[in-house]
Design a protein around this ligand. Structure first.
Ligand code: NAD
Ligand code: PRE
Length: 315
């Protein structure tokens, strides 16, 4: 599937857009927003001077600053692209500067906690429309982003009850213009679904790399040395950012622990089947789950390139 974004817009979707956090996700949004001319003015805000300097060097925003209060002033749309644990502090710092009618959104991998952190700091008349682009890589920082990251990927919106419908529609249009398919659900349901499809897989990947590394001390360094395609494919996501994933697990604790409990029950059944030589049970499970995985690929949910961590030409 050619990952091509649409033509630039004749008129921007928003006058002034402020992105807080110009890492993988923020810088990908910035690149796509510039290419598609979605913003009259694009402001990049980051608490790292080095990142702000890099954003200027890359030319992926019209303005770049470490001052969040100044950066969000007069913004029509603010998107928080920081670790989920930082959203509350950012909302507190920017709240007083937000103009009436401004839409505040985010890209956090956890939704309930972000809503609980951000909502209390938003003045009356400012609309909260949380979002989560279910797209990414194991890489971080402003150089990791690319404009087509969100193409043909899901973006989940979790507007709080009573959210302004026009604001939700505008954020929906923004993400569809970035090439995403948009789904709306409750924050609680999102956190449960992403716990099994994203969060627990990362926990297992991090964990098995640790187990293998510890085993190396037993096997004189052979475990990682002889790790082949299966181990490498399975553990790609263990190269992801520790700050981001620390925050995800601490801010989605209940759902992650629920899913881990279910997984442990299933693994216990697998261990029993192995111990008792119940080959048919193993075969049936592997047959069923392979069909499910193959179904995911046939639905086009896999990008053409399995390793989309590589930058594409023409980002
Ligand atoms: N990496 C992924 O695959 C992915 C996918 C979907 C959603 N997300 C979510 O997107 C968000 C950002 O993730 P990322 O991968 O872009 O991370 P990243 O580490 O690449 O970028 C985060 C940026 O935020 C900045 N930052 C951190 N705290 C800040 C603060 N208090 N004020 C201002 N700037 C601050 C950092 O300097 C950095 O530039 C996270 O909430 C994550 O859960 C990530
Ligand atoms: O592809 C990857 O490297 C990712 O980890 C992306 C991924 C995921 O699929 O789990 C990670 C976190 C997000 O919130 C959304 C997507």
């Amino acid at each position: 599937m050619p990952e091509r974004l649409g033509p630039p817009r004749d008129t921007p979707l928003f006058g002034r857009v402020a992105l807080v956090g110009l890492g993988l996700i923020g810088s990908s949004i910035a690149r796509a927003t510039q290419r598609l001319k979605l913003a009259g003015t694009l402001v990049a805000i980051d608490n790292s001077e080095a990142v702000v300097a890099r954003v200027r060097d890359l030319g992926i925003a019209d303005e770049a600053t470490t001052d969040v209060a100044a950066g969000v002033k007069d913004a029509d749309l603010v998107i928080l692209c920081v670790p989920v644990g930082a959203c509350g502090a950012v909302a507190e710092a920017m709240g007083p500067s937000l103009k009436p009618g401004c839409i505040v959104s985010d890209v956090g991998s956890v939704k309930t906690s972000v809503i609980n952190q951000v909502q209390p700091h938003l003045p009356a008349g400012v609309h909260l429309v949380p979002a989560h682009p279910v797209a990414g890589t194991e890489h971080s920082g402003p150089d990791a982003g690319f404009a087509t990251l969100f193409f043909n990927r899901w973006c989940i919106l979790t507007p709080p009850e009573g959210a302004d419908e026009a604001a939700v529609a505008r954020v929906n249009a923004f993400w569809q213009t970035l090439g995403s398919k948009v789904e709306v659900m409750t924050a609680q349901h999102h956190d449960l679904v992403l716990a099994i499809t994203s969060h627990v897989p990362h926990l297992i990947a991090y964990n098995i790399v640790g187990t293998a590394a510890d085993l190396e001390t037993v096997t004189q360094g052979e475990v990682i040395k002889f790790s082949a395609g299966g181990f490498r494919d399975f553990t790609r996501i263990a190269a992801s950012d520790p700050t981001m994933w620390r925050d995800i697990f601490l801010h989605n604790k209940e759902a992650v622990l629920e899913m881990l409990g279910r997984l442990n029950e299933d693994i216990a059944l697998l261990a029993r089947a192995i111990r008792w030589g119940e080959g048919d049970k193993l075969f049936d499970l592997f047959t069923r789950t392979r069909a499910i995985r193959r179904g995911i690929i046939s639905e086009g949910q896999e990008t053409a390139e399995p390793d989309f961590g590589r930058r594409r030409e023409g980002q």
